[in-house]
Each structure stands twice: as C-alpha cells, then as structure tokens.
Ligand binder design. Structure first.
Ligand SMILES: [Zn+2]
Ligand SMILES: [Zn+2]
Length: 210
C-alpha cells in the first residue's frame, strides 16, 4: 500500500502553550510593566529579577525572624514558674479591677477613684489580704478599687474592712467571703489562664469605653 508523502509526515508536536501575561510587582521591587513569564512561578520581568529576588529574600528573612521570636517567647513562657506567673496574673487582674472601678468610690472611705497620676492613682485592694487568703487573690468578690491612703499598711483596721465588705457585697456574700478558706495550690496553667483572661477583659473594657 502506498502512502502519499504528505500523510507520512508526523503530526507537529503540540506547542507549549504560552503562559499568561502578568504584572511585574511594584510592591516587591518590580517595575510594574506587563510581561509574559517564560516559566511557571516567574514573578518578575527579566529586568527586575534581581531586585524582586532581593525583596523575596528579605521578606523571607523577616518572616523567619518573626517565627524565631515567637518560638523564643513560647520557650520562655514554658520555663516560667509559679511565682512569676502569679505575679503576672496578679498584675493583669489588678489592672482589670482598676479599669473596672475607675470613677467609682473607694469601697472603704468613699473617695472618688481616678485613674492615672503617680502610681496609677489608686489600688486594687483586697478585702482579705493575699497573705491571709491566697485562694481569694483573684476572686472578684474580694478585690476592689481602693484609694492609696486606705490601702496603706495599717491604715484600715480589720473591723473597718469588714464593715466595708458588708456595705459593698451585702452581709451574706461578705460572710461567705470571710468563711472561704479553701486551700489552694496554684497551678501554672491556671495562673496563665487568669492572666490571659484578665488581659482580654481589660482590652474589652477599654474598647467599649472608647
Ligand atoms: Zn519589571
Ligand atoms: Zn479610701
């Protein structure tokens, strides 16, 4: 059987389709011109390969640096012991109490509590002291805005504090508070939770008062 020479020609190899035009990225150091990439993943026109490559390397380095900081922070957080976490939790909790009670009256003497000023204006005072009732150091019933003079060592007598608690909480809740002596052994994750929740509550309070 004879074939015509035309039919014997192998079909032309399929052409590699051209890649879509794209824009040389100005934000990454490119020129902004349209170009047709020669290979997949080519971000910039040939003229801008160097500056855009530099930009990419820098941003990768920045991301790596950020990740590094994040991991270091996480590692440090893991190393924190109870006393340090307790301190952080108390600071966050007290900051939140002060924000909550700003503008109210000192629960002992009635003086108006104003945020700011030297030493933060007023304290987050504990009805039952932290040394006396470690279990109540983060209890919302137990911690309230108190002026600094009232919170100074020895300034408020025990009976005055008890009266203030009765006034503020009502005798029933105050009695519960004074009877609450559950032993507590603070755990690290518990303290982290109190710290983080207090920070979140403070942030929410600040946001809503803006
Ligand atoms: Zn370019
Ligand atoms: Zn006071």
């Amino acid at each position: 059987m004879s074939r015509s020479p035309l039919r014997a020609t192998a079909p032309a190899k399929a052409e590699v389709p051209l890649l879509k035009m794209r824009k040389c990225p100005v934000k990454k150091g490119g020129c902004g011109a349209s170009f047709r990439p020669l290979r997949h993943g080519q971000l910039a026109c040939l003229d801008c390969a160097v500056p855009v490559g530099k930009w990419l390397a820098t941003s990768k380095a920045k991301a790596a640096h950020k990740e590094d900081i994040k991991q270091t922070k996480a590692a440090l957080e893991k190393l924190k012991r109870v006393p340090e976490l307790k301190k952080e939790a108390q600071k966050a909790f007290n900051d939140w109490v002060r924000a909550r009670d700003a503008g109210k009256a000192c629960f002992v003497c009635g003086r108006t509590l104003v945020l700011g000023g030297v030493g933060g204006g007023f304290d987050a005072g504990h009805i039952r002291s932290r040394s006396n009732a470690d279990n109540l150091r983060f209890d919302e019933r137990n911690v309230h805005g108190q002026c600094k003079p009232c919170n100074a060592v020895g300034a408020t007598k025990d009976w005055q504090m008890r009266e203030a608690a009765d006034r503020l909480l009502g005798p029933e809740v105050a009695a519960e508070l004074y009877a609450d002596n559950k032993p507590i052994k603070w755990q690290r994750d518990q303290l982290r939770q109190i710290r983080d929740e207090s920070r979140a509550k403070l942030a929410a309070l600040k946001k809503s008062s803006r």
